[in-house]
Design a protein around this ligand. Structure first.
Ligand code: ARG
Length: 287
């Protein structure tokens, strides 16, 4: 755990009601770059394409039903993971966009697709990250302290967090990930509101766990099965009330209700085969 920046020197990220998703037309599992993409026999998981499209449309509709606006990046043949828009770019206030440097060569061309989409919207203020950086897969915003928690260890490089602080002035608390199932911070760590965190402790070292206890009043410890197989930690709470999450995490839903959150369960099972769920399938936009 390492702090990049002075946590008293703040540059805020205001709330936004606009999300970016990507058309899932070419979504499939055609390579394995995380452990979720293969089955027990070591074979690639097979995606039901029409099921995936239905799930994606339903997620988009649920976002819209909850007062969020959704913009859509067009699909690109040969880029199945484009649909995980949390990863290729980071949109910041003032029309600034950080372009990621993806860890895998399979996903690298996605960044250009995002760049062209932003250019069509009139964005010209780009910064290309030099270190490996997978954006909101490894960045979780914490509005109370006006900083990001930044995951590293599997995808985003620790140096990328330092680089990001240098170019944005937003402080970052680096959290090292240590379980391959939780290869991105957003797979096991969700800030629900200023006082509440849901996370899977074993994904982090002892020191990080101690530190988190002192920062959050309410902590929901995710159940192992719900966290690994059901991506409970990949939930998304845009408004301090509604929590979008993969269907079937009964223990987590109960914990959420006890804290007065409203679980909005959706089915993203086809996308879990690719290693992502609700949180990875969108990016907050500040255009
Ligand atoms: N197959 C994609 C990958 O391994 C899934 C990305 C999921 N995104 C996320 N933010 N966790 O890169």
């Amino acid at each position: 755990m390492k702090i990049f920046g002075d946590i008293k020197k703040l540059e805020s990220l205001p709330p936004t009601k606009t999300l970016l998703m990507a058309d899932p037309k070419y979504y499939e599992v055609s390579y394995a770059i995380n452990v979720h993409m293969i089955d027990e026999k070591g074979e690639l998981k097979s995606v039901d394409k029409s099921g995936a499209l239905r799930q994606w449309l339903n997620l988009k509709r649920e976002f819209e039903n909850h007062n969020l606006k959704v913009e859509v990046v067009p699909a690109a043949a040969g880029l199945p993971d484009l649909v995980f828009t949390a990863n290729q770019s980071l949109s910041l206030p003032g029309g600034r966009v950080l372009l990621s440097k993806m860890k895998s060569e399979q996903r690298a061309p996605e960044v250009e697709k995002l760049k062209s989409w932003y250019q069509k919207q009139g964005t010209i203020n780009f910064y290309q990250m030099e270190n490996i950086f997978e954006s909101m897969g490894d960045l979780i915003w914490y509005s109370r302290k006006k900083l990001f928690f930044g995951g590293y260890g599997f995808r985003t490089d620790e140096q990328a967090l330092e680089e990001m602080y240098r170019v944005t002035n937003i402080p970052i608390i680096g959290l090292k990930l240590q379980m391959e199932e939780f290869y991105h911070l957003d797979t096991c760590f969700s800030v629900l509101d200023e006082e509440s965190l849901a996370y899977f402790p074993e994904a982090f070292d002892k020191q990080t766990n101690e530190f988190l206890k002192s920062w959050f009043k309410n902590i929901i410890i995710l159940d192992e099965e719900e966290a690994i197989n059901n991506f409970a930690g990949n939930c998304y709470c845009p408004d301090g009330k509604n929590v979008f999450l993969q269907n079937g995490s009964k223990k987590f839903e109960k914990n959420l209700r006890e804290l007065n959150f409203n679980p909005v369960a959706v089915d993203t099972s086809e996308f879990i085969k690719g290693g992502g769920s609700v949180f990875c399938m969108k990016l907050p936009l500040f255009l």
